[in-house]
Ligand binder design. Structure first.
Ligand code: ZN
Length: 280
């Protein structure tokens, strides 16, 4: 099953067309794309058996984030060996570094992003999991059954702010306006042949800068959810950014960052793509 946020309304995607959930269900579920996660199991059952009207075509630039207002957004750093090495950090053991991207930075999948001064804005394509059922002290086994679905995220990062001061400012440097695009849709885990092995890529103006597979995550999605849920509850609709593979600009020799006029495309097979154009 695929869902999306079309102009602020929850839709089901059927053969690439959008079916408005509130109208199709005669008001049984609200149009609020974030609220659906509170009743995810009930919604899934309904969607599986509902007789849906014909969908409508839409413009991807009208899509919002499939989780536009999570109560918590947890993001994980250094979760691929090759990226930890290029960043100059040692590998994490018990838990990788965890930070947040503040909610005002969340956008849909097709956007224009204003680059902050300093010329140090970097890219990080990531698999993003959205929680479908509260997780507290859960074992790894069965975690995918508690995930509503997955989507693509870009963890845009302004490296000067991120790395400045006596302790790094990960959350602030990664939360400037437009720095958390997500989408284009939410795809439920059973749609994939192997949910633990998805290919993710990023290109700038067509040039490939990142390519990795989620089987190379140091902490898999089930491992992250299990370990995080031992410390705090993960709530329905919460968003988990799972880390980025090698190829970010910070780790290059010489370093490379995003420039006005460039277009960043982030892709995960079976989900779709994000498209960000940068302006000064
Ligand atoms: Zn990241």
């Amino acid at each position: 099953m695929r869902t999306a946020n079309l102009s602020g309304r929850l839709v089901l995607l059927v053969d690439g067309l959008a079916v408005d959930v509130e109208r199709a269900g005669d008001g049984r579920f609200t149009a609020d794309p974030q609220a659906v996660y509170q009743r995810w199991g009930e919604f899934r059952s309904w969607a599986a058996s509902a007789r849906l009207p014909e969908g409508v075509a839409f413009d991807p630039s009208d899509l919002g984030s499939p989780a536009p207002a999570p109560r918590q957004l947890l993001a994980v750093g250094l979760n691929y060996r090759d990226h930890a090495a290029e960043s100059g950090f040692t590998l994490p053991e018990g838990l990788p570094p965890v930070f947040t991207k503040f909610a005002t930075s969340i956008t849909g999948p097709v956007t224009e992003v204003t680059l902050p001064p300093g010329g140090s804005t970097d890219w990080e394509v990531e698999l993003v999991a959205v929680i479908g059922q509260q997780c507290r002290n859960v074992a790894q086994v069965g975690v995918w059954g508690r995930i509503a679905g997955v989507t693509i995220g870009q963890d845009l990062s302004e490296r000067i702010t991120q790395m400045s001061g006596p302790a790094p400012q990960f959350s602030l440097g990664k939360s400037l306006p437009g720095f958390t695009p997500m989408g284009p849709c939410l795809v439920t885990p059973e749609e994939f042949a192997d949910i633990d092995d998805l290919e993710l890529r990023a290109t700038i103006d067509g040039e490939e800068v990142q390519k990795g597979r989620t089987r190379d995550l140091i902490f898999s999605v089930p491992a992250l959810v299990s370990r995080l849920s031992a410390l705090l509850p993960l709530l329905p609709g919460d968003v988990l950014f799972t880390g980025t593979p090698a190829g970010v600009g910070w780790g290059r020799e010489p370093q490379r960052f995003l420039h006005p006029g460039e277009e960043l495309v982030s892709t995960i097979d079976g989900i779709g793509e994000l498209r960000q154009r940068f302006i000064a």
